[in-house]
Design a binder for this molecule. Structure first.
Ligand SMILES: [Ca+2]
Ligand SMILES: [Ca+2]
Length: 475
């Protein structure tokens, strides 16, 4: 009898505490154009990212996370709306709102369920550097946010030592604007720049909302290491002299087995970047990453100081990856591994730190966070709830993930073992097949090898089925 009473009391106490507890906050931090290969927690031995590494050591670091489109516009529209690009038809730099009507976007779902939602800088697409220079909101979705802030910055115009690396063989061009490879070792401190302002605003919002009745969904978008590679000079210093930077191995005839559509829109040759410029591009990118990492550190510090860290889910990722000279490719758009993969760290209070090698994708963030916070997971969402991976890093949720590059008319199906890339939906643009266990650098395309005929056929069928399935939706 005594036992039953105390058990009842205990249960009552538990339910009381749960009712009194706020659901967890969500702190979503997204970088722009950050390849996982540039982070020390993902194995880079030159680039140092102590703050992102610190988060990785506290959460689950996903070694095989992918975006669902390999450049800003369609990638962000996809994971924020919950649909694949081929479901909404959003392939450019626009809002997915007209396509999804009044269905809730990811942050809006939290807003509709009692969360205070705030955006700092680039979450939906914003043009970099132009839109950042002008402080514009870009194709944002006002219905997602209670409050939103832009972080204007000087970008390539920042005073300092600047050099245009791209299409500047005689070196006569000064630092220029636009989507151009430019390195600026800037004068002044962090808060001269957009990301410094973003960190400062995020810190302020965390302090402001830490003790509020409502839980918060705070989305913090940094624009580095997107070009221009601009950062206070001290962040570039460890990567100088730039001539010491290593470039990926250049394999003779590497392009011979890559279909024309798979040759990236930016190459060393097309950008007229000699070896010196290529090495400086790598060093400048690392400097921009170091600056980003320091800003992430400020936000994480503020969360810890606020006392809310134990009740906050923290996510760190990027909208897609980036090439730093692999196959003499640069930047994004390509569906090859460095551009198609993203860093992804998810820290859930109370969960043991882990590294998870199972496949996941940015589309999974919406259903996963909804499930973790006890919100309804809308059935229409095309991603999957990956909480099983957070509980057991050996678990599996996906056999393959789908990623697309509308600019290349390309589709990637990535399984644990294979990377299958097809250009044009009917396959007439060519096919690539890489054995990721034996050829992780993707030098040898096996698609034309008769030995792999069946593998290719199977992937073609899977791709057709996947596309038919995602087009079967409620839109
Ligand atoms: Ca981007
Ligand atoms: Ca090759």
């Amino acid at each position: 009898m005594i036992r039953t009473t105390s058990l009842l009391l205990c249960l009552l106490l538990i339910s009381f505490t749960q009712a009194a507890d706020k659901p967890p906050n969500v702190l979503f931090i997204i970088s722009d154009d950050l390849t996982p290969t540039a982070l020390s927690c993902y194995g880079n031995e030159v680039s140092k990212t102590p703050n992102i590494d610190r988060l990785a050591a506290q959460g689950t670091r996903f070694s095989h996370a992918y975006c669902n489109a390999t450049y800003c516009g369609p990638s962000r529209a996809s994971f924020l709306s919950g649909y694949y690009p081929h479901a909404t038809g959003v392939f450019r730099y626009v809002s997915p709102r007209p396509q999804i009507g009044d269905r809730a976007m990811w942050p809006q779902h939290f807003k509709n369920n009692g969360y205070h939602t705030a955006r700092v800088s680039k979450i939906f697409h914003m043009s970099v550097p132009g839109g950042i220079e002008r402080g514009e909101s870009g194709p944002d979705d006002p219905a997602c946010w209670h409050e939103r802030y832009n972080s204007p910055g000087p970008e390539w115009k920042a005073p300092g030592d600047g050099e245009t690396l791209e299409n500047n063989p005689d070196g006569k061009k000064p630092a220029v604007g636009g989507n151009t490879f430019v390195v600026v070792e800037a004068d002044g401190d962090d808060e001269v720049h957009s990301d410094g302002k973003t960190a400062a605003k995020a810190v302020q919002l965390i302090q402001q909302h830490a003790k509020a009745d409502k839980p918060f969904f705070l989305a913090v978008g940094f624009v580095r290491p997107h070009v221009p590679f601009v950062a206070p000079a001290k962040y570039m210093e460890p990567y100088k002299p730039y001539a010491d930077r290593q470039l990926p191995e250049k394999v003779a005839g590497d392009w011979d087995d890559i279909p024309k559509l798979g040759i990236n829109y930016r190459t060393s040759k097309g950008m007229q970047m000699d070896i010196r410029r290529q090495k400086k591009a790598v060093g400048g990118y690392y400097g921009a990453v170091a600056f980003l990492d320091a800003q992430v550190g400020k936000v994480l510090d503020a969360l810890e100081a606020s006392g809310e860290a134990d009740n906050t889910i923290v996510i760190f990722t990027s909208d897609h990856g980036y090439h730093l000279g692999q196959h003499d490719f640069w930047a994004k758009v390509s569906l090859h591994e460095e551009s198609a993969s993203v860093p992804l760290i998810i820290k859930v209070p109370g969960q043991k730190p882990a590294v998870c090698d199972s496949l996941t994708q940015l589309l999974d963030l919406y259903p996963t966070t909804a499930a973790l916070c006890g919100l309804e997971v809308p059935a229409r969402l095309q991603g999957k709830d990956i909480t099983p991976l957070l509980k057991d890093p050996q678990a599996k949720v996906h056999d393959e993930v789908l990623n697309v590059s509308p600019m290349q008319k390309g589709f990637l199906l990535r399984s644990d073992r294979w990377a299958f890339i097809q250009y044009k939906e009917d396959g007439t643009g060519g096919i690539e097949l890489f054995d990721m266990e034996n050829d992780p650098q993707q030098y040898k395309n096996l698609a034309d090898d008769p030995k792999y005929l069946e593998v290719v056929k199977e992937f073609q069928q899977k791709l057709a089925a996947k596309l038919a399935d995602l087009r079967e939706n409620d839109l």
